[in-house]
Design a protein around this ligand. Structure first.
Ligand code: 2AM
Ligand code: CA
Ligand code: CA
Ligand code: CA
Length: 262
């Protein structure tokens, strides 16, 4: 039997340590590189933070598997066993340019079922987390169960990328939604936007392209808060692939799906 309570306490300690290292890095020069294109950034801190978690997991949980954005984990092709899905810094562009609006994101899955989820807003020292079947918290305060929100009173996290002509989704449907809602926001960190849906700061978050490490932690937290996380057609996310993601308050999820996304 996996002792999830012990893992939960250990992960929280590691997250605090990693967060302190990232905050310290603000006082040292950063090494910044591009990955797939000039705007796709990675820094020494992304890689070092990923290595920090991986070396701890390998020491304490050698039979667990690891998927990490920066590729230092395992080559995982199934969700069999215990799989840690880690984004060491989600919102790297914000980390580099703004020194805020980024997060550490971790989801721990057992045979495909999300057990523990963490999103740590390093600068604001806000740790959102959830344990499957037990609920979701921000620091030690339980998150209120999400309630349905009228679409006219909703605040939706969506990047302008999806409101201009793009090859992933009909932008006219999203423009119609953007016109109807109370407001739109874009924070540039998928993990934080999911944390905001879980905590009710956003009513919904919509994106066409999230990798598993972007949503692995957030999916568990949003669901434990009473929200719904799916693809844009309402189907389940694939935890091993890039997905469009629609995370939302209950009730509103079905309404936006029917009236704006289908
Ligand atoms: P990152 O900072 O960890 O790369 C930015 O709008 C959000 O999208 C961030 O959560 C960012 O994560 C993520 N992101 C950036 N490039 C991406 C890509 N090519 N595929 C999927 N997600 C990406
Ligand atoms: Ca990245
Ligand atoms: Ca990410
Ligand atoms: Ca990242």
């Amino acid at each position: 039997m996996t002792n999830w309570t012990a893992i939960d306490e250990t992960v929280k300690q590691w997250i605090q340590e990693a967060g302190a290292l990232i905050r310290d890095s603000f006082y040292h020069s950063l090494s910044i590189q591009s990955k797939s294109n000039p705007n796709d950034l990675v820094t020494n801190m992304d890689k070092e933070t990923e290595r920090f978690f991986i070396s701890n997991i390998r020491t304490y949980y050698p039979d667990h598997f690891i998927i990490g954005e920066e590729g230092q984990g395992d080559f995982v092709q199934t969700l069999d066993g215990v799989v840690w899905i880690i984004d060491p810094i989600d919102g790297t562009m914000n980390f580099v340019h703004q020194q805020r609006n980024f997060a550490i994101s971790i989801g721990i899955y057992e045979n495909g079922i999300g057990r523990l989820g963490y999103i740590y807003d390093v600068v604001n020292d806000e740790l959102y987390y959830a344990r499957k079947g037990e609920g979701a918290w921000m620091n030690d305060v339980p998150l209120k169960k999400l309630k349905p929100v009228p679409v006219e009173e909703s605040i939706v996290g969506i990047s302008s990328t999806w409101l201009v002509n793009n090859r992933h989704f009909d932008q006219n449907k999203l423009i119609a939604l953007a016109k109807k809602v109370r407001g739109t926001r874009s924070y540039g960190s998928a993990a934080l936007e999911l944390a905001y849906v879980a905590s009710g700061r956003l009513s919904a978050y919509i994106t066409m392209r999230n990798a598993p490490w972007d949503f692995a932690g957030g999916k568990i937290i949003v669901e434990e808060a009473g929200g719904v996380v799916s693809r844009l057609d309402g189907t389940e996310l694939n935890m091993l692939k890039i997905n469009p993601v629609f995370a939302c308050a209950p009730g509103l999820h079905g309404q936006i799906l029917e009236e704006y996304l289908k």
